[in-house]
Ligand binder design. Structure first.
Ligand SMILES: Nc1nc2c(c(=O)[nH]1)N[C@H]1C(S)=C(S)[C@@H](COP(=O)(O)OP(=O)(O)OC[C@H]3O[C@@H](n4cnc5c(=O)[nH]c(N)nc54)[C@H](O)[C@@H]3O)O[C@H]1N2
Ligand SMILES: Nc1nc2c(c(=O)[nH]1)N[C@H]1C(S)=C(S)[C@@H](COP(=O)(O)OP(=O)(O)OC[C@H]3O[C@@H](n4cnc5c(=O)[nH]c(N)nc54)[C@H](O)[C@@H]3O)O[C@H]1N2
Ligand code: SF4
Ligand SMILES: [Mo]
Length: 737
């Protein structure tokens, strides 16, 4: 039996850090003033790198500091990554990286990386581990998964992963294993938007033509901080050109600060604003009758429904003056078709967010901006080159209903989106059956699902928890086995087609530690489970060659150039006006809503309001961090050290606090202590926290205990239609600590 270590011992043992490479990059980092003086990397700076080979090279690859997949060129000197720069040939970022992209070097050289497989050696969550070989760790994982399958059936095993380039291969693994239980991040993120647009246009996520747009309305879409690199750049260009940008947000976000008009809407009532805009546009006949008649159905029902939604009615709900709503409706229609009510992204705020997204979708229909310059762009997936696929035996039929309630509890949620928070809840209830095992790759549900304690309880209840991560995430902390992935700068992933080009993520240096790509972790685990024929490749290069089969380019050529442009690829616009809905038309009146016995046109749904002395708790992103992931990145901590609770000046005065004083926030499900940030830039009835802080894993040595987690406060509230988690339906009290 090998020795048992605590996290502290594991991560301070210098022999496990191949220090030479880590240290050379460090010089650059410290020199650039990017490291905190107390950082572990800074303390290790006395190591030498004299045995490294000489020479500088530039390697083209893809960023994974968030989900946007920007092109990166890495400068590698003597085997050490010295600098990351944006690839000017990449459409997702046109040569620019965001702060998180630049800080990828610290993700690679972090002393808190998991450097070899670990098997739990004390009680779950005790932080006691032993080092394992890959063979032992994979055997152990496969044995546990096989035991569960034999005793309880494949359905007792859940597989979770957040969108990433190798996710298709994770999906093959779970389908081959035979479980119906697959959890993604989607119901915490964009379910309301994607279902809202799917049930209107038959397309879950249309694009937006920023460059020709003359009038843009964002609803809580905060492109300046919830960064989508290329779109953020396009938004800034739009602002610079003087295009009218209206932002609805209860908070003065960075995007609101760039906008022509900020509307501090009452949370949860954007729907009233949009229904009233629709009312004005129909009443004043400002819509496009040719487009509406030719391509859509349900206009008459809509006109009848919105009759009562006058701007005066809406003002009482959303607290935006009736004249402002009227004016914006007229301006918006006058700019048509080069006007967009943006689809938004993480619109998981209220149970009515789905209705809100439907109203937004329908507003776009009325002005006929579909496939027009400055309007919505039809499904871009259709116009993208297709990769070669693996051939494998048919999947076994998954036995049993899904634990997340799709479709038996949530008939309108597409299977691919799922409802992860319900899956978590049903682990605890044991209904409709007991879950026994959880394999989680690239996801941190302990912090990303509401009610942190419930998620921890769910992990504690299971027979087996396996986690694939690069660091000791809060979820990995509660695992039985941690399979460490190589960082994105050390590995291959599946290829990325974007329109007529193929891009590659490839190692810019050899893995520093005993880590593997998830492509190989899934493959080797499949082998151990006797499912190897479902992932039939020898190694990553073999797989990528199969993906490249149809193209006249070798893998080596692709690696050298970083991308490959498919010749004579024609964008096919012939299907732009073929709508994949039940009626074949754009559905102002949704057939599926009607079938479900629900009102088929967008309709008002009253959101809950906080009681006296309670506040809406709002959440969102900051430009310097990603989700529940980068808070341990010491470079990013330098520029954004912790989250604070935004309080309106009047609220702060009432409880007698100033910025950086400690306050206590309490909801029905939790209580946290956090520093205050006092500002005029938020409605007096709201408190805002950036998500992702308040880590519980002691393996995240820089981030542990910094700031507070709003997931510890969030109630679990789910929209029964879209499955979206209503993150802003939690109300809190605030007091001086
Ligand atoms: N830097 C950075 N960029 C990211 C990410 C990241 O973690 N960091 N994550 C990426 C991901 S996965 C996503 S989903 C996107 C998210 O991108 P967005 O959806 O643009 O960003 P969020 O910060 O989640 O948006 C929350 C905003 O909604 C506001 N809000 C809350 N309730 C309401 C309401 O009822 N009405 C209105 N109108 N506004 C409300 C909040 O005040 C906040 O400003 O960002 C992506 N880009
Ligand atoms: N309170 C609150 N909750 C939220 C949100 C919010 O704004 N506030 N946002 C919601 C949204 S929009 C989303 S999309 C979800 C996201 O929720 P999650 O997907 O759970 O969060 P991430 O931070 O993306 O989790 C990423 C995990 O992947 C790990 N990781 C990073 N790089 C790699 C890698 O290369 N390989 C592997 N194997 N692992 C890696 C990280 O260490 C981390 O543990 O959270 C949702 N929950
Ligand atoms: S937006 Fe930033 S973090 Fe995300 S992929 Fe691009 S550079 Fe990386
Ligand atoms: Mo997201």
């Amino acid at each position: 039996m090998s020795k048992v270590y605590t996290w502290d011992q594991l991560f301070s043992r210098r022999q496990f850090i191949k220090g030479t490479a880590a240290t050379a990059a460090l010089g650059a980092a410290v020199g650039a003033g990017l490291l905190r003086p107390g950082s572990n990397l800074a303390q290790n700076s006395s190591l030498h790198n004299s045995d490294l080979a000489k020479g500088v090279k530039y390697v083209t690859t893809i960023c994974e500091q968030c989900v946007w997949r920007c092109g990166v060129i890495a400068k590698v000197e003597n085997g050490v990554v010295k600098m990351l720069e944006g690839n000017p040939n990449h459409p997702n970022n046109s040569g620019r990286l965001c702060p998180r992209g630049n800080a990828g070097i610290e993700t690679l050289y972090s002393p808190d990386r998991i450097k070899f497989p670990l098997i739990r050696a004390g009680a779950r969550g005790s932080g006691l581990w032993r080092r394992a070989s890959w063979d032992e760790a994979l055997n152990y994982t496969a044995e546990q998964m096989t035991k569960i399958k034999e005793k309880y059936g494949a359905k007792a095993m859940m597989f979770n992963s957040t969108d990433n380039l190798s996710q298709p291969f994770f999906e093959i693994l779970l389908k081959a294993y035979g479980t119906p239980n697959y959890g993604t991040q989607r119901s915490l993120c964009f379910n309301a938007m994607t279902t809202g647009f799917l049930y209107t246009y038959g397309v879950p996520q249309p694009g937006t033509d920023y460059s020709n747009c003359k009038y843009m309305i964002f609803t809580g879409r905060n492109l300046a901080e919830g960064i989508s690199n290329s779109e953020t750049q396009e938004m800034i260009e739009m602002v610079a050109k003087g295009v009218k940008v209206v932002v609805l947000d209860p908070r003065f976000s960075k995007t609101a600060s760039k906008a022509t008009e900020w509307l501090p809407v009452r949370p949860g009532t954007d729907l009233a604003f949009f229904l009233a805009m629709i009312h004005v546009i129909i009443k004043e006949k400002l819509y496009n009758p040719e487009f509406v008649n030719k391509y859509s159905q349900g206009f008459e029902d809509l006109a009848a429904e919105v009759q009562e939604y006058t701007p005066e009615w809406a003002e009482k709900k959303c607290e935006i003056p009736a004249e402002t709503i009227e004016r914006i409706a007229r301006e918006f229609a006058a700019a048509a078709p080069a006007a967009i009510a943006h689809p938004n992204w993480r619109t998981s705020n209220f149970v009515n967010s789905f209705q809100n997204e439907r109203a937004i979708a329908v507003l776009n229909v009325l002005i006929g901006n579909w496939a027009q310059p400055g309007g919505l762009i039809p499904d871009q997936e259709l116009n993208t080159v297709k990769l070669g696929v693996l051939s494998h035996p048919p999947f076994p039929a998954a036995q049993g209903i899904r634990l997340d309630g799709v479709p038996w509890q949530y008939p309108m949620v597409p299977l691919a989106y799922g409802v992860i928070q319900t899956m978590r809840d049903n682990i605890l209830t044991g209904k409709p059956y007991e879950a026994k095992g959880w394999l989680i790759s690239r996801q941190n549900p302990v912090l990303s699902i509401p009610e942190r304690q419930k998620t921890i309880n769910a992990l504690m209840k299971l027979d087996f928890v396996g986690v694939i991560d690069i660091q000791a995430s809060d979820t990995a902390y509660y695992a039985d086995v941690i399979l460490p992935e190589s960082s994105y700068l050390e590995r291959f992933d599946g290829l990325i087609p974007i329109k007529n080009k193929l891009f590659i993520r490839q190692p810019v240096i050899e893995p520093l530690y005993e880590t593997k790509s998830s492509l190989m972790i899934y493959k080797e685990l499949a082998d151990k489970l006797g499912l190897g024929e479902f992932l039939p490749y020898q190694d990553e290069k073999d797989l990528l060659r199969k993906q490249l089969e149809a193209f006249p380019v070798t893998l080596e050529e692709l690696q050298q150039a970083g991308h490959y442009e498919v010749e004579n690829f024609r964008v096919d616009h012939s299907k732009d006006f073929e709508f994949q809905t039940s009626s074949g038309k754009i559905e102002i009146s949704s057939s599926i809503m009607a079938q479900m016995g629900k009102k088929a046109v967008p309709t008002w749904s009253e959101p809950p309001r906080p009681d006296k002395d309670h506040y809406y708790l709002l959440t969102g992103k900051t430009a310097q961090h990603t989700q529940m992931f980068t808070q341990n990145n010491r470079w990013l901590l330098e520029v954004f050290p912790e989250n604070r609770a935004w309080l309106h000046t009047s609220v702060a005065a009432k409880i007698g606090v100033k910025s950086n004083d400690e306050v206590v926030l309490e909801s029905e499900v939790g209580k946290v202590s956090i520093k205050a940030y006092v500002t005029e830039g938020i409605r007096p009835d709201c408190i805002f926290m950036v998500g992702g802080f308040g880590h519980v894993s002691k393996g995240l040595k820089a981030a542990y205990s910094l700031g507070a987690s709003d997931s510890a406060l969030h109630k679990t509230v789910t929209d029964p239609i879209s499955g979206s988690s209503a993150l802003s339906e939690t109300f809190v009290t605030v007091s001086k600590a």
